[in-house]
Write a protein that binds this ligand. Structure first.
Ligand code: NA7
Length: 530
Protein backbone atom coordinates (compact mmCIF):
# COMPACT_ATOMS: atom_id res chain seq x y z
CA UNK A 1 0.00 0.00 0.00
CA UNK A 2 0.98 3.63 -0.42
CA UNK A 3 2.62 5.50 2.41
CA UNK A 4 -0.26 6.98 4.37
CA UNK A 5 -0.76 8.58 7.75
CA UNK A 6 -3.81 6.46 8.52
CA UNK A 7 -5.67 3.55 7.05
CA UNK A 8 -8.90 5.48 7.34
CA UNK A 9 -9.87 9.12 7.74
CA UNK A 10 -13.38 9.58 9.08
CA UNK A 11 -15.08 12.95 8.62
CA UNK A 12 -17.53 13.78 11.42
CA UNK A 13 -17.76 12.78 15.07
CA UNK A 14 -21.49 12.26 15.44
CA UNK A 15 -23.06 8.87 16.13
CA UNK A 16 -21.78 7.52 12.79
CA UNK A 17 -18.20 8.75 13.06
CA UNK A 18 -17.83 7.59 16.67
CA UNK A 19 -18.97 4.06 15.99
CA UNK A 20 -16.91 3.93 12.78
CA UNK A 21 -13.83 4.81 14.79
CA UNK A 22 -14.56 2.22 17.44
CA UNK A 23 -15.36 -0.53 14.95
CA UNK A 24 -12.32 0.03 12.74
CA UNK A 25 -9.91 0.54 15.60
CA UNK A 26 -11.09 -2.68 17.27
CA UNK A 27 -10.27 -4.44 14.00
CA UNK A 28 -6.73 -3.16 13.87
CA UNK A 29 -7.06 -0.23 11.48
CA UNK A 30 -5.41 3.10 12.20
CA UNK A 31 -8.10 5.77 12.15
CA UNK A 32 -8.31 9.53 12.59
CA UNK A 33 -11.63 11.36 12.97
CA UNK A 34 -11.91 15.03 12.03
CA UNK A 35 -14.75 17.07 13.46
CA UNK A 36 -15.62 20.68 12.60
CA UNK A 37 -17.35 21.34 15.93
CA UNK A 38 -15.63 22.16 19.18
CA UNK A 39 -16.92 18.88 20.61
CA UNK A 40 -18.35 15.54 19.54
CA UNK A 41 -22.04 14.73 18.99
CA UNK A 42 -22.87 16.00 15.50
CA UNK A 43 -26.57 16.80 15.23
CA UNK A 44 -26.90 16.64 19.00
CA UNK A 45 -24.01 19.02 19.48
CA UNK A 46 -25.38 21.70 17.14
CA UNK A 47 -29.16 21.50 17.60
CA UNK A 48 -29.45 22.78 21.16
CA UNK A 49 -32.47 25.02 20.64
CA UNK A 50 -35.22 25.15 23.28
CA UNK A 51 -37.28 21.96 23.21
CA UNK A 52 -34.82 19.99 21.04
CA UNK A 53 -35.54 16.29 21.47
CA UNK A 54 -35.38 13.16 19.46
CA UNK A 55 -38.65 12.11 17.83
CA UNK A 56 -37.71 8.44 18.14
CA UNK A 57 -38.06 6.66 21.50
CA UNK A 58 -34.85 6.63 23.52
CA UNK A 59 -34.74 2.84 23.92
CA UNK A 60 -34.67 2.58 20.14
CA UNK A 61 -32.55 5.64 19.41
CA UNK A 62 -29.39 4.25 20.97
CA UNK A 63 -26.48 2.01 20.03
CA UNK A 64 -26.95 -1.74 20.15
CA UNK A 65 -23.41 -2.82 19.28
CA UNK A 66 -22.45 -3.23 22.93
CA UNK A 67 -24.69 -5.26 25.22
CA UNK A 68 -22.97 -3.77 28.29
CA UNK A 69 -23.58 -0.25 27.03
CA UNK A 70 -27.24 -0.80 26.35
CA UNK A 71 -27.74 -2.50 29.70
CA UNK A 72 -25.91 0.08 31.80
CA UNK A 73 -27.31 3.25 30.23
CA UNK A 74 -30.54 4.57 31.79
CA UNK A 75 -32.75 6.80 29.68
CA UNK A 76 -34.89 9.06 31.82
CA UNK A 77 -37.65 9.81 29.33
CA UNK A 78 -39.48 8.29 26.41
CA UNK A 79 -38.14 11.04 24.12
CA UNK A 80 -34.72 12.15 25.29
CA UNK A 81 -33.76 15.81 25.29
CA UNK A 82 -30.83 17.02 23.21
CA UNK A 83 -28.90 17.43 26.46
CA UNK A 84 -29.46 13.85 27.57
CA UNK A 85 -28.49 12.47 24.16
CA UNK A 86 -25.31 14.56 24.20
CA UNK A 87 -24.48 13.20 27.67
CA UNK A 88 -24.96 9.71 26.25
CA UNK A 89 -22.66 10.50 23.30
CA UNK A 90 -19.97 11.68 25.69
CA UNK A 91 -20.42 8.61 27.88
CA UNK A 92 -19.89 6.39 24.82
CA UNK A 93 -16.78 8.33 23.80
CA UNK A 94 -15.30 7.94 27.29
CA UNK A 95 -16.33 4.33 27.73
CA UNK A 96 -14.63 3.27 24.51
CA UNK A 97 -11.75 5.72 24.84
CA UNK A 98 -12.54 7.37 21.53
CA UNK A 99 -11.37 10.93 22.12
CA UNK A 100 -7.67 10.31 21.59
CA UNK A 101 -8.30 9.62 17.90
CA UNK A 102 -10.63 12.55 17.29
CA UNK A 103 -9.41 15.98 16.23
CA UNK A 104 -11.96 18.69 17.03
CA UNK A 105 -12.28 22.19 15.57
CA UNK A 106 -11.06 20.85 12.25
CA UNK A 107 -12.97 21.43 9.06
CA UNK A 108 -12.13 19.28 6.07
CA UNK A 109 -11.74 21.47 3.00
CA UNK A 110 -10.98 18.91 0.33
CA UNK A 111 -10.26 15.26 -0.33
CA UNK A 112 -8.53 14.18 -3.53
CA UNK A 113 -8.05 10.64 -4.78
CA UNK A 114 -4.63 9.63 -5.99
CA UNK A 115 -5.22 6.90 -8.59
CA UNK A 116 -1.62 5.78 -8.76
CA UNK A 117 -1.24 5.37 -5.05
CA UNK A 118 -4.85 4.35 -4.28
CA UNK A 119 -4.96 6.84 -1.46
CA UNK A 120 -6.81 9.97 -0.45
CA UNK A 121 -5.17 13.30 0.26
CA UNK A 122 -7.28 15.12 2.80
CA UNK A 123 -6.80 18.84 3.45
CA UNK A 124 -8.13 20.87 6.36
CA UNK A 125 -9.09 24.55 6.14
CA UNK A 126 -6.07 25.27 8.33
CA UNK A 127 -3.77 23.80 5.66
CA UNK A 128 -2.93 20.43 7.21
CA UNK A 129 -2.50 17.58 4.71
CA UNK A 130 -3.33 14.00 5.68
CA UNK A 131 -2.99 10.84 3.57
CA UNK A 132 -5.21 7.81 4.07
CA UNK A 133 -6.10 4.68 2.15
CA UNK A 134 -9.81 5.14 2.74
CA UNK A 135 -12.18 7.99 3.52
CA UNK A 136 -15.45 7.54 5.37
CA UNK A 137 -17.81 10.48 5.19
CA UNK A 138 -19.86 10.46 8.40
CA UNK A 139 -21.03 14.01 7.82
CA UNK A 140 -24.70 13.53 8.68
CA UNK A 141 -27.92 14.00 6.75
CA UNK A 142 -29.05 17.20 8.44
CA UNK A 143 -25.89 19.14 9.13
CA UNK A 144 -25.76 21.88 6.53
CA UNK A 145 -28.01 24.73 7.64
CA UNK A 146 -30.45 26.37 5.27
CA UNK A 147 -30.80 30.10 5.75
CA UNK A 148 -33.16 31.39 3.06
CA UNK A 149 -31.89 34.27 0.98
CA UNK A 150 -34.54 36.76 2.05
CA UNK A 151 -33.96 40.26 0.66
CA UNK A 152 -32.45 42.53 3.30
CA UNK A 153 -30.81 39.66 5.24
CA UNK A 154 -27.54 41.59 5.39
CA UNK A 155 -29.24 44.76 6.63
CA UNK A 156 -31.00 43.11 9.57
CA UNK A 157 -29.25 44.31 12.72
CA UNK A 158 -30.93 42.40 15.57
CA UNK A 159 -29.72 38.99 16.78
CA UNK A 160 -30.49 36.01 14.56
CA UNK A 161 -30.34 32.31 15.42
CA UNK A 162 -30.61 29.11 13.45
CA UNK A 163 -31.97 26.09 15.32
CA UNK A 164 -29.21 23.98 13.76
CA UNK A 165 -26.44 26.16 15.18
CA UNK A 166 -27.84 27.31 18.49
CA UNK A 167 -25.47 29.24 20.78
CA UNK A 168 -24.10 27.48 23.84
CA UNK A 169 -25.10 30.42 25.95
CA UNK A 170 -28.88 30.18 25.96
CA UNK A 171 -30.40 33.41 24.56
CA UNK A 172 -32.88 35.07 26.90
CA UNK A 173 -36.06 36.06 25.07
CA UNK A 174 -37.76 37.45 28.16
CA UNK A 175 -39.63 40.65 27.34
CA UNK A 176 -38.62 40.43 23.68
CA UNK A 177 -40.51 40.45 20.42
CA UNK A 178 -39.31 37.32 18.70
CA UNK A 179 -39.92 36.14 15.15
CA UNK A 180 -39.51 32.53 14.04
CA UNK A 181 -39.51 31.40 10.41
CA UNK A 182 -40.32 27.72 9.83
CA UNK A 183 -42.77 25.24 11.27
CA UNK A 184 -41.05 21.89 10.66
CA UNK A 185 -39.87 19.69 13.54
CA UNK A 186 -37.46 22.29 14.94
CA UNK A 187 -40.08 25.04 14.83
CA UNK A 188 -42.77 22.80 16.31
CA UNK A 189 -40.47 21.84 19.19
CA UNK A 190 -39.15 25.30 19.96
CA UNK A 191 -42.25 27.47 19.41
CA UNK A 192 -44.05 26.43 22.66
CA UNK A 193 -40.97 27.15 24.78
CA UNK A 194 -40.01 30.42 23.10
CA UNK A 195 -43.64 31.54 23.44
CA UNK A 196 -43.47 30.99 27.20
CA UNK A 197 -40.49 33.31 27.45
CA UNK A 198 -41.05 35.99 24.84
CA UNK A 199 -43.15 39.07 25.24
CA UNK A 200 -44.59 38.27 21.82
CA UNK A 201 -43.82 35.54 19.32
CA UNK A 202 -44.55 35.91 15.60
CA UNK A 203 -44.55 32.58 13.77
CA UNK A 204 -43.96 32.87 10.02
CA UNK A 205 -45.48 29.74 8.53
CA UNK A 206 -45.17 28.73 4.87
CA UNK A 207 -46.51 25.18 5.10
CA UNK A 208 -48.33 23.89 8.17
CA UNK A 209 -47.01 20.60 9.56
CA UNK A 210 -48.87 17.58 10.83
CA UNK A 211 -47.86 17.17 14.47
CA UNK A 212 -48.71 14.12 16.54
CA UNK A 213 -48.59 14.44 20.34
CA UNK A 214 -45.48 13.02 22.00
CA UNK A 215 -47.05 12.20 25.37
CA UNK A 216 -43.54 12.35 26.63
CA UNK A 217 -42.76 11.46 30.20
CA UNK A 218 -40.54 9.36 32.44
CA UNK A 219 -40.14 5.74 31.40
CA UNK A 220 -42.12 3.12 33.29
CA UNK A 221 -39.48 0.94 35.06
CA UNK A 222 -41.33 -2.28 34.14
CA UNK A 223 -41.33 -1.31 30.49
CA UNK A 224 -37.60 -0.57 30.61
CA UNK A 225 -36.89 -3.83 32.45
CA UNK A 226 -38.74 -5.84 29.82
CA UNK A 227 -36.95 -4.03 26.99
CA UNK A 228 -33.57 -4.56 28.54
CA UNK A 229 -34.15 -8.20 29.36
CA UNK A 230 -35.24 -8.83 25.80
CA UNK A 231 -33.18 -6.28 23.95
CA UNK A 232 -31.83 -8.76 21.41
CA UNK A 233 -35.34 -9.84 20.46
CA UNK A 234 -36.70 -6.30 20.22
CA UNK A 235 -33.77 -5.01 18.20
CA UNK A 236 -34.07 -7.95 15.80
CA UNK A 237 -37.81 -7.35 15.39
CA UNK A 238 -37.22 -3.68 14.60
CA UNK A 239 -34.85 -4.66 11.81
CA UNK A 240 -37.65 -6.61 10.17
CA UNK A 241 -39.75 -3.49 9.79
CA UNK A 242 -39.78 -1.16 6.82
CA UNK A 243 -38.38 1.71 8.90
CA UNK A 244 -36.26 0.09 11.58
CA UNK A 245 -38.77 1.00 14.30
CA UNK A 246 -40.33 -1.48 16.61
CA UNK A 247 -43.99 -0.60 16.40
CA UNK A 248 -45.48 -2.60 13.62
CA UNK A 249 -47.40 -1.25 10.70
CA UNK A 250 -50.96 -2.47 10.62
CA UNK A 251 -51.34 -4.98 7.79
CA UNK A 252 -54.83 -3.72 6.96
CA UNK A 253 -55.58 -1.12 4.31
CA UNK A 254 -57.47 1.96 5.48
CA UNK A 255 -60.00 1.72 2.67
CA UNK A 256 -60.85 -1.88 3.50
CA UNK A 257 -62.20 -0.79 6.89
CA UNK A 258 -65.42 1.04 7.56
CA UNK A 259 -65.34 4.60 8.86
CA UNK A 260 -65.86 3.65 12.48
CA UNK A 261 -63.10 1.06 12.50
CA UNK A 262 -60.72 3.52 10.84
CA UNK A 263 -61.55 6.16 13.40
CA UNK A 264 -60.89 3.76 16.28
CA UNK A 265 -57.57 2.72 14.78
CA UNK A 266 -56.43 6.33 14.32
CA UNK A 267 -57.60 7.18 17.81
CA UNK A 268 -55.57 4.31 19.30
CA UNK A 269 -52.42 5.43 17.46
CA UNK A 270 -53.05 9.05 18.39
CA UNK A 271 -53.42 8.12 22.04
CA UNK A 272 -50.11 6.27 21.90
CA UNK A 273 -48.56 9.31 20.20
CA UNK A 274 -45.46 9.75 18.07
CA UNK A 275 -44.40 8.92 14.54
CA UNK A 276 -45.95 5.47 14.60
CA UNK A 277 -49.29 7.16 13.90
CA UNK A 278 -48.48 6.63 10.26
CA UNK A 279 -48.39 2.87 10.81
CA UNK A 280 -52.14 2.92 11.49
CA UNK A 281 -52.71 1.40 8.06
CA UNK A 282 -50.57 -0.24 5.44
CA UNK A 283 -51.55 1.98 2.54
CA UNK A 284 -51.34 5.48 3.99
CA UNK A 285 -48.31 6.41 1.94
CA UNK A 286 -49.48 4.62 -1.17
CA UNK A 287 -53.15 5.45 -1.61
CA UNK A 288 -54.16 9.11 -1.59
CA UNK A 289 -57.75 8.32 -0.59
CA UNK A 290 -56.48 6.37 2.42
CA UNK A 291 -54.05 9.17 3.23
CA UNK A 292 -56.89 11.72 3.13
CA UNK A 293 -58.69 9.87 5.93
CA UNK A 294 -55.63 10.09 8.21
CA UNK A 295 -55.03 13.72 7.27
CA UNK A 296 -58.62 14.63 8.03
CA UNK A 297 -58.41 12.84 11.38
CA UNK A 298 -55.45 15.05 12.38
CA UNK A 299 -57.14 18.20 11.09
CA UNK A 300 -60.14 17.42 13.32
CA UNK A 301 -57.75 17.13 16.28
CA UNK A 302 -56.24 20.51 15.43
CA UNK A 303 -59.69 22.10 15.29
CA UNK A 304 -60.47 20.69 18.74
CA UNK A 305 -57.37 22.20 20.30
CA UNK A 306 -57.11 25.58 18.60
CA UNK A 307 -59.88 27.81 19.92
CA UNK A 308 -60.04 30.31 17.06
CA UNK A 309 -61.55 28.44 14.05
CA UNK A 310 -59.83 30.72 11.54
CA UNK A 311 -56.47 30.10 13.17
CA UNK A 312 -57.16 26.35 13.29
CA UNK A 313 -57.79 26.45 9.56
CA UNK A 314 -54.47 28.21 8.93
CA UNK A 315 -52.65 25.61 11.04
CA UNK A 316 -54.30 22.70 9.24
CA UNK A 317 -52.18 21.19 6.49
CA UNK A 318 -53.87 20.24 3.23
CA UNK A 319 -50.90 18.20 2.00
CA UNK A 320 -50.32 14.45 2.02
CA UNK A 321 -49.72 13.38 5.62
CA UNK A 322 -46.29 11.81 6.09
CA UNK A 323 -45.01 13.10 2.76
CA UNK A 324 -42.88 15.56 4.68
CA UNK A 325 -41.59 14.23 7.97
CA UNK A 326 -44.32 14.46 10.57
CA UNK A 327 -43.59 16.31 13.78
CA UNK A 328 -43.89 14.97 17.29
CA UNK A 329 -45.08 17.75 19.53
CA UNK A 330 -45.64 18.85 23.08
CA UNK A 331 -48.20 21.67 23.36
CA UNK A 332 -47.61 22.90 19.83
CA UNK A 333 -51.18 23.62 18.77
CA UNK A 334 -52.14 24.73 22.31
CA UNK A 335 -49.51 27.46 22.04
CA UNK A 336 -51.62 29.26 19.45
CA UNK A 337 -54.32 29.86 22.08
CA UNK A 338 -51.91 32.19 23.88
CA UNK A 339 -52.48 35.88 23.44
CA UNK A 340 -48.75 36.53 22.90
CA UNK A 341 -48.48 34.33 19.80
CA UNK A 342 -49.37 35.47 16.28
CA UNK A 343 -49.34 33.24 13.23
CA UNK A 344 -48.31 34.96 10.00
CA UNK A 345 -49.09 33.15 6.79
CA UNK A 346 -46.08 33.37 4.50
CA UNK A 347 -47.62 31.29 1.72
CA UNK A 348 -50.43 33.76 1.02
CA UNK A 349 -48.45 36.84 1.93
CA UNK A 350 -44.73 36.23 1.36
CA UNK A 351 -42.06 37.95 3.39
CA UNK A 352 -40.99 40.96 1.33
CA UNK A 353 -37.78 41.79 3.12
CA UNK A 354 -35.94 42.01 6.39
CA UNK A 355 -35.58 45.56 7.58
CA UNK A 356 -32.98 46.70 10.10
CA UNK A 357 -35.11 45.51 12.98
CA UNK A 358 -37.98 43.56 11.63
CA UNK A 359 -39.78 41.75 8.85
CA UNK A 360 -41.86 43.43 6.18
CA UNK A 361 -44.77 41.30 5.07
CA UNK A 362 -47.82 42.43 3.11
CA UNK A 363 -46.68 46.04 3.37
CA UNK A 364 -46.60 45.87 7.16
CA UNK A 365 -43.39 45.98 9.18
CA UNK A 366 -43.27 43.72 12.24
CA UNK A 367 -40.61 45.01 14.61
CA UNK A 368 -38.48 42.31 16.23
CA UNK A 369 -35.79 42.04 18.89
CA UNK A 370 -34.65 38.60 17.72
CA UNK A 371 -35.23 36.33 14.75
CA UNK A 372 -35.03 32.53 14.77
CA UNK A 373 -34.53 30.57 11.57
CA UNK A 374 -36.10 27.14 11.97
CA UNK A 375 -35.68 26.74 8.24
CA UNK A 376 -34.04 23.33 8.12
CA UNK A 377 -31.12 21.96 6.17
CA UNK A 378 -29.65 21.29 2.77
CA UNK A 379 -30.39 17.69 3.60
CA UNK A 380 -28.43 14.55 2.72
CA UNK A 381 -26.05 16.15 0.22
CA UNK A 382 -25.37 19.59 1.74
CA UNK A 383 -22.49 18.64 4.03
CA UNK A 384 -20.75 16.61 1.32
CA UNK A 385 -21.14 19.37 -1.26
CA UNK A 386 -19.29 21.76 1.02
CA UNK A 387 -16.15 19.61 0.79
CA UNK A 388 -14.24 19.70 -2.48
CA UNK A 389 -14.28 15.93 -3.05
CA UNK A 390 -12.35 14.88 -6.15
CA UNK A 391 -12.28 11.31 -7.35
CA UNK A 392 -10.91 9.56 -10.39
CA UNK A 393 -9.57 11.94 -13.04
CA UNK A 394 -9.96 14.89 -10.65
CA UNK A 395 -13.74 14.88 -11.16
CA UNK A 396 -15.61 16.65 -8.38
CA UNK A 397 -18.51 15.10 -6.54
CA UNK A 398 -20.39 18.37 -6.78
CA UNK A 399 -20.20 18.17 -10.57
CA UNK A 400 -21.19 14.53 -10.57
CA UNK A 401 -24.23 15.29 -8.42
CA UNK A 402 -25.23 18.44 -10.31
CA UNK A 403 -28.27 16.63 -11.72
CA UNK A 404 -29.01 14.83 -8.45
CA UNK A 405 -27.20 12.56 -6.00
CA UNK A 406 -26.17 9.16 -7.34
CA UNK A 407 -24.75 6.39 -5.19
CA UNK A 408 -24.63 2.64 -5.04
CA UNK A 409 -26.51 1.48 -1.92
CA UNK A 410 -26.07 4.96 -0.47
CA UNK A 411 -22.65 3.71 0.57
CA UNK A 412 -20.30 4.23 -2.36
CA UNK A 413 -19.99 6.29 -5.51
CA UNK A 414 -18.75 5.37 -8.99
CA UNK A 415 -15.63 7.42 -9.73
CA UNK A 416 -14.77 7.80 -6.05
CA UNK A 417 -12.91 4.64 -5.06
CA UNK A 418 -12.07 3.82 -1.45
CA UNK A 419 -14.64 6.30 -0.19
CA UNK A 420 -17.75 5.39 1.75
CA UNK A 421 -20.69 7.39 3.04
CA UNK A 422 -22.62 6.57 6.19
CA UNK A 423 -26.38 7.04 5.61
CA UNK A 424 -25.83 8.63 2.22
CA UNK A 425 -28.51 9.43 -0.36
CA UNK A 426 -29.81 6.13 -1.69
CA UNK A 427 -29.83 4.48 1.73
CA UNK A 428 -32.88 4.36 4.05
CA UNK A 429 -31.27 6.90 6.43
CA UNK A 430 -33.80 9.59 7.34
CA UNK A 431 -36.75 7.35 6.52
CA UNK A 432 -35.50 4.78 8.98
CA UNK A 433 -34.48 4.84 12.59
CA UNK A 434 -31.09 6.51 12.17
CA UNK A 435 -29.30 4.51 14.86
CA UNK A 436 -29.71 1.01 13.42
CA UNK A 437 -29.19 2.52 9.96
CA UNK A 438 -25.86 3.99 11.10
CA UNK A 439 -24.80 0.81 12.84
CA UNK A 440 -25.61 -1.25 9.78
CA UNK A 441 -23.51 0.96 7.49
CA UNK A 442 -20.61 1.13 9.88
CA UNK A 443 -20.52 -2.66 10.22
CA UNK A 444 -20.91 -3.16 6.47
CA UNK A 445 -18.04 -0.75 5.75
CA UNK A 446 -15.82 -2.32 8.43
CA UNK A 447 -16.49 -5.82 7.07
CA UNK A 448 -15.67 -4.57 3.59
CA UNK A 449 -12.33 -3.12 4.73
CA UNK A 450 -11.49 -6.36 6.52
CA UNK A 451 -12.31 -8.22 3.32
CA UNK A 452 -10.06 -5.85 1.37
CA UNK A 453 -7.25 -6.44 3.83
CA UNK A 454 -7.66 -10.21 3.81
CA UNK A 455 -7.87 -10.40 0.04
CA UNK A 456 -4.94 -8.03 -0.34
CA UNK A 457 -7.02 -5.68 -2.46
CA UNK A 458 -6.10 -2.02 -2.58
CA UNK A 459 -9.03 -0.40 -4.29
CA UNK A 460 -12.80 -0.80 -4.26
CA UNK A 461 -15.21 1.20 -6.36
CA UNK A 462 -18.90 1.08 -7.18
CA UNK A 463 -19.50 0.01 -10.77
CA UNK A 464 -21.22 2.57 -13.01
CA UNK A 465 -24.00 0.22 -14.08
CA UNK A 466 -24.68 -0.94 -10.51
CA UNK A 467 -24.99 2.67 -9.41
CA UNK A 468 -27.33 3.50 -12.28
CA UNK A 469 -29.54 0.52 -11.46
CA UNK A 470 -29.60 1.42 -7.79
CA UNK A 471 -30.66 5.01 -8.48
CA UNK A 472 -33.38 3.77 -10.81
CA UNK A 473 -34.55 1.19 -8.27
CA UNK A 474 -34.63 3.79 -5.45
CA UNK A 475 -36.71 6.11 -7.60
CA UNK A 476 -39.02 3.36 -8.79
CA UNK A 477 -39.88 2.41 -5.22
CA UNK A 478 -40.41 6.05 -4.26
CA UNK A 479 -42.50 6.51 -7.41
CA UNK A 480 -44.93 3.87 -6.18
CA UNK A 481 -45.53 5.90 -3.04
CA UNK A 482 -46.96 9.33 -2.31
CA UNK A 483 -43.56 10.66 -1.22
CA UNK A 484 -42.66 12.48 -4.44
CA UNK A 485 -45.92 14.46 -4.36
CA UNK A 486 -44.85 17.23 -2.00
CA UNK A 487 -42.03 19.75 -1.67
CA UNK A 488 -40.03 17.92 0.97
CA UNK A 489 -36.34 17.98 1.80
CA UNK A 490 -36.32 14.24 0.94
CA UNK A 491 -36.58 15.51 -2.64
CA UNK A 492 -34.30 18.50 -2.18
CA UNK A 493 -37.31 20.71 -2.84
CA UNK A 494 -36.62 23.00 0.13
CA UNK A 495 -33.45 24.38 -1.44
CA UNK A 496 -33.96 26.66 -4.44
CA UNK A 497 -32.16 25.25 -7.49
CA UNK A 498 -31.43 21.83 -5.96
CA UNK A 499 -32.32 19.00 -8.36
CA UNK A 500 -35.52 17.22 -7.44
CA UNK A 501 -34.49 13.63 -6.86
CA UNK A 502 -35.94 11.46 -4.12
CA UNK A 503 -32.92 10.61 -1.97
CA UNK A 504 -33.79 8.09 0.78
CA UNK A 505 -34.34 4.41 0.04
CA UNK A 506 -37.80 3.21 1.06
CA UNK A 507 -37.65 -0.05 2.99
CA UNK A 508 -35.20 -0.78 5.76
CA UNK A 509 -35.53 -4.55 5.86
CA UNK A 510 -35.32 -4.91 2.10
CA UNK A 511 -32.24 -2.70 2.10
CA UNK A 512 -30.51 -4.87 4.71
CA UNK A 513 -31.22 -7.94 2.61
CA UNK A 514 -29.80 -6.34 -0.54
CA UNK A 515 -26.61 -5.28 1.24
CA UNK A 516 -26.17 -8.80 2.58
CA UNK A 517 -26.64 -10.32 -0.86
CA UNK A 518 -24.10 -7.93 -2.34
CA UNK A 519 -21.51 -9.26 0.10
CA UNK A 520 -22.53 -12.90 -0.39
CA UNK A 521 -21.97 -12.46 -4.12
CA UNK A 522 -18.41 -11.22 -3.54
CA UNK A 523 -19.24 -7.51 -3.42
CA UNK A 524 -21.49 -7.56 -6.43
CA UNK A 525 -21.67 -4.19 -8.14
CA UNK A 526 -18.20 -3.21 -6.96
CA UNK A 527 -14.92 -3.57 -8.77
CA UNK A 528 -11.96 -4.58 -6.63
CA UNK A 529 -8.35 -4.07 -7.61
CA UNK A 530 -5.97 -6.65 -6.23
P1 NA7 B 1 -37.63 21.30 8.08
O1 NA7 B 1 -38.45 20.16 8.44
O2 NA7 B 1 -37.00 21.35 6.74
O3 NA7 B 1 -38.53 22.60 8.28
C1 NA7 B 1 -38.12 23.85 7.81
C2 NA7 B 1 -39.24 24.82 7.91
O4 NA7 B 1 -38.79 26.08 7.43
C3 NA7 B 1 -40.45 24.44 7.05
O5 NA7 B 1 -41.61 24.80 7.73
C4 NA7 B 1 -40.23 25.29 5.81
O6 NA7 B 1 -41.39 25.56 5.10
C5 NA7 B 1 -39.68 26.54 6.43
N1 NA7 B 1 -38.96 27.37 5.47
C6 NA7 B 1 -37.82 27.07 4.82
N2 NA7 B 1 -37.46 28.06 4.02
C7 NA7 B 1 -38.40 29.02 4.17
C8 NA7 B 1 -38.59 30.30 3.59
N3 NA7 B 1 -37.76 30.79 2.66
N4 NA7 B 1 -39.68 31.03 3.97
C9 NA7 B 1 -40.52 30.52 4.88
N5 NA7 B 1 -40.41 29.32 5.46
C10 NA7 B 1 -39.35 28.58 5.09
O7 NA7 B 1 -36.44 21.53 9.12
P2 NA7 B 1 -36.42 21.24 10.69
O8 NA7 B 1 -35.13 21.75 11.21
O9 NA7 B 1 -37.65 21.72 11.32
O10 NA7 B 1 -36.44 19.68 10.78
C11 NA7 B 1 -35.48 18.89 10.07
C12 NA7 B 1 -35.52 17.49 10.53
O11 NA7 B 1 -34.91 17.37 11.81
C13 NA7 B 1 -36.88 16.90 10.74
O12 NA7 B 1 -37.51 16.52 9.59
C14 NA7 B 1 -36.60 15.75 11.68
O13 NA7 B 1 -36.10 14.67 10.94
C15 NA7 B 1 -35.51 16.29 12.54
P3 NA7 B 1 -41.82 24.60 3.87
O14 NA7 B 1 -42.34 23.34 4.52
O15 NA7 B 1 -40.57 24.34 3.05
O16 NA7 B 1 -42.84 25.36 3.12
Amino acid sequence: MAQTDYDVVVVGAGFAGLYMLHKLRSNGFSVRVYEAGSDIGGTWFWNRYPGARCDVESLEYSYQFSEELQQEWEWSEKYATQGEILTYVNHVADRFDLRKDIQLNTQIKSTTYDEDENAWTVRTTEGAVIRSSYCVMATGCLSSMNIPKIPGLDNYKKPTYHTGNWPHEEPDFTGKRVGIIGTGSSGVQSIPLIAEQADHLYVFQRTPSYAIPAYNGPYDPDYVRDRKENYAHYRAEAKKSRSGFLLSVNDANAMDCDGQEREMTYEARWTRGGLTFLGAFNDLLIDKTANDTAAEFVRRKIRKVVEDPELAEKLSPDTVIGCKRMCVDTNYYQTYNRSNVTLRNVRDTPIEELTEDGIRQGGEEIKLDALVFATGFDAMTGALSKIDIRGRGGRSLKEKWAEGAKTYLGLAIFGFPNMFIVTGPGSPSVLANMMPAIEHHVEWIADCLIYMRNSESREIEAVDKAEENWVRHTNEIAGNSLFPTCNSWYLGANIPGKPRVFMPYLGFQRYLEVCEQVVEKGYEGFSLKP
